[in-house]
Design a protein. Structure first.
Length: 575
């Protein structure tokens, strides 16, 4: 591992030169020997003599040795407000094949740690538990008998309540399902404990508000710590894709008290349920520079229950393929995993539909028009092919009204696409906000039960080839925020269990890094200011222990972040 040699501690000066391997992400000049910074801005990039001439001989020079400097990383979709909130609530992320008893005893431990009020924990994954199911109501009641329990799955879209939790929500077996949500019941009509989508969001908001009231100061402290952790990973800016009004208030307080270590774009959602969009406040780009209003978020489909549609023959061929894999060695696990997928419904269009859609097309078209009139860039959460298609219809029907906004329309996740959908994303000029670390994190499930062809899982290669702009993101806390690990996943398509998920969809390390710099800057409407090392831009920079473009893709995640600069100021330095 090469470690940079820093000759002069020049960073405290208002102007200095970084000299070393400069990877600009600017296609006009991809590489350089030096970059000059003055009063927070990049004033020259190029060969050492020209950079020195531009800034003057008295500017101190910081020699990077074998290290390289890149534009600061930008995570376009990172649930920062919930990440800070969750630092005070236990995380139950677990390894594949964890037995149910292990999860339940963790819950018991957590529930015993306090005396009253809601118990909240998150991060478990029913698909990764050995039993391949969420815990049952009777199991949850035994682990947490007295206090209301809200147990949120890793995706954030589904959760479980215990009996005290249902009572706190005022829900019983007779309560009708909320719009766009399910309070799951068994065949005999009894509660199972599971709550899905809108039901999950309602319980999330209720338990959060109860806890947040007492912990506003704690949230501010955690938001500071979380920001410092991101800076240590070279992340200089994030988009928070789901900020309810109570967190807006806290962000504004953090901004006033100068307690946000990096810029967070607040992407508004409604208060009682995050599924409702919020266009009533100030538009995208307004607000304090450290916490501006981001694009408005609209949820089009579910998470685990994302909206997919297929022809009958596609489904029959996929089922036959699963059976072949089972016989060919994948065993019954593959069949069992396939049977856990949401059921199909035949629609009036003759196609088979799966998952939940939260909008009908006309209402969504109106919502996008309204967003455009009020000056909001839009970010549509669309995981499944049916949701992506609906989002694209709405963008097409807005007929250019969205073009005047600060950033292009965004599509979040776009996990399951066929080639015509990829083409359409390129044609409307939407930005695909993708999470390459999902390939590692949850790719094994997709490898075990692939979607019916010609649908592909996160087809990064096809999107780039079609001319789609990719923006990199983590969806943290859904999966980890380490950018270099995500870049490795995008370039190798390697999963947690060492499988390779659709290897022909791999992209280069350079293209993946472009997604986490220039692409994310475009997704947040700030590409004129950040995202490349170019003259005139803000000096948000990351110094890496070696040049990732000269490192094998398999080893990119071993590179260390040595320094992070925000507007020319040293914000992190590895000791
Ligand atoms: Zn998300």
């Amino acid at each position: 591992m090469v470690v940079g040699v820093f000759g002069v501690a020049g960073e405290e000066a208002c102007s200095f030169i970084l000299e070393g391997d400069v990877v600009t992400m600017d296609v006009a000049r991809p590489n350089a020997e030096a970059v000059a910074v003055r009063e927070g801005r990049i004033v020259a990039v190029g060969a050492t003599p020209e950079v020195r001439a531009a800034i003057g001989d008295d500017a101190p020079v910081v020699a990077l040795g074998g290290a390289s400097v890149l534009p600061g990383f930008i995570d376009a979709h990172h649930h920062y407000c919930f990440a800070a909130f969750n630092r005070r609530t236990p995380d139950l992320h677990h390894q594949p094949d964890t037995p149910m008893e292990a999860l339940l005893s963790r819950i018991e431990e957590v529930a015993g740690g306090g005396s009253q009020g809601w118990v909240r924990c998150q991060g478990y994954d029913p698909g990764k538990l050995r039993d391949r199911r969420p815990p049952r109501l009777d199991e949850l009641d035994e682990a947490c008998p007295d206090r209301p329990l809200f147990l949120r799955a890793y995706s954030g879209h589904e959760a479980c309540l215990n009996s005290a939790g249902f009572a706190a929500m005022g829900w019983s077996a007779d309560t009708p399902d909320p719009d766009h949500g399910v309070i799951v019941r068994d065949r005999r009509g009894r509660l199972t404990g599971e709550i899905v989508e809108a039901a999950c969001y309602l319980a999330e908001a209720r338990s959060r508000d109860a806890l947040l009231e007492a912990t506003e100061d704690a949230w501010l402290a955690e938001a500071e710590d979380h920001g410092r952790e991101l800076l240590a990973h070279g992340i200089t800016r994030v988009g928070d894709p789901g900020v309810p009004p109570s967190f807006d208030t806290l962000y504004l307080r953090a901004a006033r008290e100068a307690r946000l270590p990096l810029t967070v774009h607040r992407m508004p959602v409604g208060s009682a349920s995050m599924l409702a969009p919020r266009f009533d406040d100030a538009p995208t780009g307004s607000g304090p520079g450290i916490a501006p209003v981001g694009p408005a978020k609209l949820f089009l489909d579910g998470g685990e229950r994302c909206a997919m549609c297929f022809s009958t023959s596609q489904v029959v061929r996929a089922a036959a393929a699963t059976l072949r894999r089972a016989i060919g060695g994948a065993g019954l696990a593959a069949v069992r995993a396939a049977s856990q997928r949401p059921r199909f419904r035949r629609g009036p269009d003759g196609l088979l539909h799966q998952g939940v859609l939260f909008w009908d097309q006309d209402a969504l078209d109106c919502a996008l028009q309204r967003a455009a009139e009020r000056g909001f860039q839009v970010a549509q959460h669309a995981v499944g092919n049916e949701a992506v298609s609906m989002g694209l219809n709405a963008i097409e029907r807005a007929e250019g009204a969205l073009d005047r906004l600060p950033g292009r329309p965004r599509l979040e996740h776009v996990m399951f696409l066929d080639p015509p959908l990829v083409r359409r994303i390129a044609d409307v000029g939407a930005i695909a906000v993708v999470q390459p670390f999902f390939i590692y994190d949850i790719g094994d499930g997709e490898a075990e039960v692939p979607p019916p062809k010609p649908i592909e899982v996160m087809p990064l290669r096809h999107m780039l080839d079609a001319g789609v702009i990719l923006a990199g993101s983590s969806d943290y806390p859904v999966s980890h925020f380490d950018v270099l690990s995500a870049v490795k996943a995008a370039a190798t398509r390697r999963t947690r269990l060492e499988k390779t998920l659709e290897p022909d969809q791999a992209i280069s390390v350079e293209d993946a890094l472009r997604a986490y710099t220039q692409g994310s800057a475009l997704a947040l409407g700030v590409a004129n200011n950040v995202g490349t090392i170019s003259t005139g831009k803000r000096a948000d920079l990351v110094v890496l222990s070696q040049n990732p473009l000269k490192t094998a893709a398999e080893r990119v995640d071993e590179i260390k972040v040595l320094r992070t600069y925000l507007a020319g100021k040293l914000a992190f330095s590895r000791s």
